[in-house]
Design a protein around this ligand. Structure first.
Ligand code: GLA
Length: 326
């Protein structure tokens, strides 16, 4: 038996998930597959292309992350007597959610099923046990997205809505060639700043830009401005999709990038240069950093008849697929 879980490309709504905001991810055709082969003993062996193999009962807190995550799945769901063989078409650490796809595929390979909201929370808990405290964007997207749709997620109510993607809009992920450095530490710093702001000013969704003057720290003001404006861009994007306004959608991507660069400061000079180059390319409507930042990919919205994979070496034309539980 082989299980597949897709990665995701977030069209817009970045660093909003842990701030009760909105996001609009789509599942993509790239993802992680896990082959589940029964063994004659009781042990669980994990083999993974390009990574160390290991028996999961030997995993310790010093083991590599992919083995710790797999061991936490095996423990949680009492998995025995199996070899899991993992292969992936998703570039790792690139902002396309390779870790949620990996974890999602393992959980489904362990036989666990359920409502995708509940399974997403279980994934978040398991990642937390392994030291990575992320929001719920990736898990919900890789599990619950409907084919050909993006998923509007409202993190303040945990409600999800399917949003039809205009069929003629073309999306490509272009890798910056930069690997994420210190991403986890910096992500944790951003989260701590956002928690501080919410504690001081009240629930995010009740705030608007004018409320920020009471924050005397300009950096905190900028962080909050990103969260508030990025959340408002999500419904603007949905409106642009509903009205086939691709120019406006591209503009929203560019504004999102500028906000991630200047206000949330999760970009890098190399990524900014690539974003500017892409944004100036004929046939491109907009481009922005995708995912947590500090390296990885940009997501680009462009005319259907241009092929960015011919120009950029590490680029993938994205086909919006279905989440692993849809
Ligand atoms: C990473 C995290 C998500 C989300 C994004 C930023 O992908 O795993 O929870 O916070 O960064 O939007």
């Amino acid at each position: 038996m082989t299980i597949f879980a897709p990665g995701r490309a977030n069209s817009i709504g970045e660093h909003t998930d842990y701030n009760d905001g909105l996001a609009l991810p789509m599942a993509i055709q790239l993802g992680v597959s896990v082959r589940h082969s029964p063994r004659s003993d009781d042990r669980v062996l994990l083999e993974s292309e390009g990574h160390d193999a290991g028996f999961l009962d030997e995993v310790t807190e010093h083991s590599p992350n992919h083995l710790r995550l797999a061991a936490s799945v095996a423990r949680r769901f009492d998995v025995r007597g199996v070899t899991w063989t993992v292969s992936s078409t998703l570039p790792e650490g690139s902002g396309l959610s390779s870790s949620a796809a990996y974890l999602g595929a393992l959980i489904l390979a362990s036989g666990h099923r359920g409502d995708f909201h509940d399974v997403a929370r279980t994934m978040q808990e398991l990642e937390g046990e392994c030291g990575s405290h992320v929001g719920l964007l990736d898990q919900l997207a890789v599990l619950g997205t409907r084919e050909g749709h993006a998923m509007r997620i409202d993190f303040s109510t945990m409600t999800t809505t399917d949003i039809a993607l205009p069929a003629s809009w073309a999306w490509t992920a272009v890798h910056s060639g930069e690997h994420r450095t210190l991403a986890e530490t910096r992500y944790a710093e951003r989260r701590a700043q956002c928690d501080f702001i919410a504690n001081r000013l009240g629930p995010w969704r009740s705030l608007n830009k004018d409320d920020l003057v009471v924050l005397d720290d300009r950096q905190l003001q900028a962080r909050a401005r990103h969260v508030i404006c990025e959340t408002s861009r999500v419904d603007q994007m949905i409106d642009a999709m509903a009205n086939s306004e691709i120019d406006r959608a591209g503009q929203l991507l560019n504004e999102s990038h500028a906000s991630l660069r200047d206000d949330f400061e999760v970009s890098t000079p190399g990524i900014d240069e690539l974003a500017a180059q892409l944004q100036a390319t004929s046939g491109v409507y907009g481009a922005r950093l995708v995912g947590g930042g500090f390296g990885g990919c940009l997501i680009v919205l462009h005319r259907d008849d241009i092929d960015l994979t011919a120009t950029y070496r590490n680029a993938w034309r994205l086909r919006p697929g279905a989440g692993a539980l849809r």
